[in-house]
Design a protein around this ligand. Sequence first.
Ligand SMILES: [Zn+2]
Length: 102
Amino acid sequence: MAASYREQWDDLRRRYRLAIVGFLLFPLIPVVGWALQGRPGGSRILLAFALGSMLLTVIASFRAGFFRCPRCREWFFLDGPYRNSFTRKCLRCGLPKWADQG
Ligand SMILES: [Zn+2]
């Protein structure tokens, strides 16, 4: 019986979602700036919010990009210097993305 890869794909989905959440926070930066306008310490809070959303996006994107293939345990989106974040299969072993088994 082949092992199920569901847990590993769920982990990739979580990584994608976290990157999307971080990215969706960007449009809120001016809104937060407007809401904090004139308040003591507002610029520091705004800076922390902006940097936090950027860091969240960058870190989550890197984590998604360095996802290990559930079958071969190599980088799913990397093959040496070649990188393809939109590939539909593992660049090392060819496992289709989201395949339950194989
Ligand atoms: Zn693989």
